[in-house]
Unconditional design. Structure first.
Ligand SMILES: Cc1cc2nc3c(=O)[nH]c(=O)nc-3n(C[C@H](O)[C@H](O)[C@H](O)COP(=O)(O)O)c2cc1C
Length: 171
């Protein structure tokens, strides 16, 4: 198993983040999971949402992929709400499905943030770095990319290509 998956975490399936995700997936033969299409409830202390899509999805990810690339738009200086809910639900793997949670150890995590300008604020990547550390995952780094006038410019394309090449040389 040496497969990578891009987890797209935008509130629109065919928006700016999707342009970046498509560019990467097409050039690198990677699978994409669109979190927006999944029914994943907020974290619940009594695990009342055990019947939603989270456990099946994370189990599939763990069984299929070594490397998880989170692709999130910048919403209010942070990861998207959809992705934050997904991270919150990883707590189910710490409190309830511990065997599944332990299988995240040794897997790779990376992150791509997207917005409309090259001005990511400091600290954006901290939750990803620290979550990877906490879960025993290897954090392979991150990049910020931006879409201008609905296009990925050549500078951004080069940044993406270099980043993906670095990841592929690491895993
Ligand atoms: C709810 C919301 C909050 C946003 N907050 C920020 C922000 O804090 N900083 C920023 O640079 N752009 C912000 N933006 C702009 C988006 O990051 C940008 O348009 C991005 O490319 C949208 O990607 P998407 O089409 O995948 O949603 C925000 C957009 C939305 C919808």
């Amino acid at each position: 198993m040496k497969k990578s998956v891009i987890i797209q975490a935008s509130s629109r399936s065919h928006g700016d983040t999707n342009k970046i995700v498509n560019y990467i997936a097409k050039n690198n033969d990677m699978d994409v999971i669109d979190l927006r299409t999944k029914n994943i409830g907020h974290y619940d202390y009594e695990y009342k949402n055990k019947g939603d899509d989270f456990l099946g999805l994370i189990t599939h990810i763990i069984e299929t992929y070594d490397t998880i690339i989170f692709a999130t738009p910048v919403y209010w200086y942070s990861m998207s709400g959809i992705l934050k809910v997904f991270f919150d639900r990883i707590s189910d793997l710490i409190r309830v499905h511990k065997d599944t949670g332990r299988k995240l150890r040794g897997k790779n995590m990376t992150m791509i943030s997207s917005s409309n300008s090259d001005d990511l604020k400091e600290g954006f990547s901290m939750p990803f770095v620290e979550s990877a550390n906490y879960l025993g995952m290897n954090y392979l780094g991150d990049i910020h990319v931006y879409i201008e006038n609905d296009f990925i410019n050549n500078e951004v394309k080069l940044k993406i290509d270099t980043f993906i090449e670095t990841i592929n040389n690491t895993i």
